[in-house]
Design a protein around this ligand. Structure first.
Ligand SMILES: Cc1cc2nc3c(=O)[nH]c(=O)nc-3n(C[C@H](O)[C@H](O)[C@H](O)COP(=O)(O)OP(=O)(O)OC[C@H]3O[C@@H](n4cnc5c(N)ncnc54)[C@H](O)[C@@H]3O)c2cc1C
Length: 396
């Protein structure tokens, strides 16, 4: 394989293109928008920064956020400092940075929409043909990194509504220093406000199969009002976000003899947090490594070894996190209350936010530190309630 076509220049496609071009492959990347403001929070966790330090060290505009506020559906609040900052980019800047690196490595970028991809045996000597901007191109292998709405599906199934979340949001001109996350009452999903350098990305995500966009828009507008976020100059957006079910992660075909899916198209997204940027980058990178070694068929096993097995555990926790009950209240409400009053629990949240805590060992850690969490909670509740009065809205 020498000639590689990549459809999609988001994090998955751009990083895959950079790595392959740097290794001497002849790579052409097609994107209908190139560096654009793709609807997104733009938040990169520390595990992404650790793997790709250029995301922090470069001169591109980005915001480093160290304070997070969790809000329960009843209005309880917990504010805490993160040990590692969340690095938040405008997607136009992030995509531009990744595409520039791909181009510098020798990847040719073409500003065009791909409307057709043929990978079948009818093609000359197993070559891929594709149509982009009305012109026909051919390649030895095609990487489909065209995002969650990807419709180019050689020999595989599309993501189903159960595997997708609908997201709605606003880009709002404002300056802020705190990431806010508000849980919803018995709904899989949450509201967020992610500050960027000169605006906020405020949004809501929830399972597509269950909730109407008008209900979500209503909840989003309530959140914006409650948080007193001015809406002058606000720009509305909506998009889909994969939230894969277990069977999808385990069984959906993501590679064939001359094609592979990467990033959102391969449903590489954390079904609890909606984090997809890290997984898009890693899947693009791991696919490039598999292609370089002449073993594209090893790509799913590489994904599984690195993160898909952990995401599968997350698929089993989604319902418990968003709809479960604990000690007579919603799990999310208890999480916020514990975070307010227990230093040990805040430490666990810090590790979850940074990516240092995986899902595989989460339950064990929760149970192991349950006693100390309850002790700290009780002590704080009875002995120092005045310290939190300013941020307390709900009651225990
Ligand atoms: C509202 C929202 C908020 C989010 N917030 C966060 C967050 O804060 N942190 C986080 O980690 N993740 C977040 N995510 C997830 C993250 O945005 C995605 O996981 C990530 O963008 C996936 O990268 P990708 O490269 O796979 O796809 P994309 O970034 O979607 O890139 C796909 C590219 O393909 C191009 N394309 C599509 N079809 C074609 C075609 N036919 N021809 C040519 N080009 C095409 C598009 O123009 C696009 O540039 C969020 C998602 C949403 C929807």
């Amino acid at each position: 394989m020498k000639q590689i076509a990549i459809v999609g220049g988001g994090p998955a496609g751009a990083l895959c293109g950079e790595k392959l071009a740097a290794a001497g492959f002849n790579v052409t990347l097609f994107d209908e928008h190139l560096a654009w403001e793709k609807p997104c929070g733009g938040g990169l966790t520390h595990k992404a920064i650790e793997k790709y330090p250029f995301l922090l060290n470069g001169p591109q505009a980005k915001k480093e956020i160290r304070t997070a506020e969790l809000i329960s559906s009843k209005g309880h609040r917990a504010r805490f400092e993160m040990s590692r900052p969340l690095v938040i980019y405008s997607r136009a800047v992030l995509n531009g940075l990744l595409l520039d690196r791909a181009a510098a490595a020798g990847c040719e970028t073409v500003h065009a929409r791909v409307t057709r991809v043929e990978t079948g045996a009818q093609n000359r000597a197993g070559r891929v043909t594709l149509t982009a901007g009305g012109q026909e191109h051919s390649a030895d292998f095609v990487v489909l990194a065209a995002g969650a709405r990807n419709q180019l599906l050689p020999d595989t199934t599309p993501l189903r509504p159960q595997d997708l979340e609908v997201t709605l949001g606003y880009f709002i001109p404002a300056k802020e220093e705190t990431v806010k996350i508000k849980f919803l009452n018995r709904m899989n999903g949450y509201l967020w406000s992610f500050p960027r350098t000169d605006h906020l990305s405020v949004g809501i995500c929830a399972t597509m199969a269950k909730y109407t966009t008008s209900k979500l828009r209503h909840l989003l507008d309530d959140f914006v009002r409650e948080e007193k976020i001015g809406t002058d100059g606000a720009r509305f957006y909506s998009h889909v976000l994969p939230s894969p079910e277990l069977g999808t992660l385990r069984h959906r075909k993501i590679v064939g003899p001359n094609w592979a899916l990467a990033g959102d198209a391969a449903a590489c997204v954390d079904p609890i947090t909606g984090e997809g940027l890290f997984y898009a980058l890693r899947s693009g990178d791991l696919l490039a490594q598999a292609i370089m070694q002449g073993q594209p068929e090893s790509y799913p096993a590489r994904l599984r070894a690195e993160f898909v097995a952990d995401l599968e555990i997350a698929t089993r926790l989604v319902r418990l996190v968003f709809r479960g009950r604990f000690l007579g209240g919603a799990v999310t409400t208890r999480m916020v209350q514990f975070a307010r009053r227990s230093a040990t629990f805040r430490e666990l949240l810090r590790d979850l936010f940074s990516g240092a805590q995986d899902y595989g060992t989460l339950r064990k850690r929760l149970w192991k530190q349950f006693g100390i969490t309850i002790t700290e909670f009780t002590k704080d509740f009875f002995h120092a309630p005045h310290r939190h009065e300013s941020s307390e809205q709900g009651t225990l």
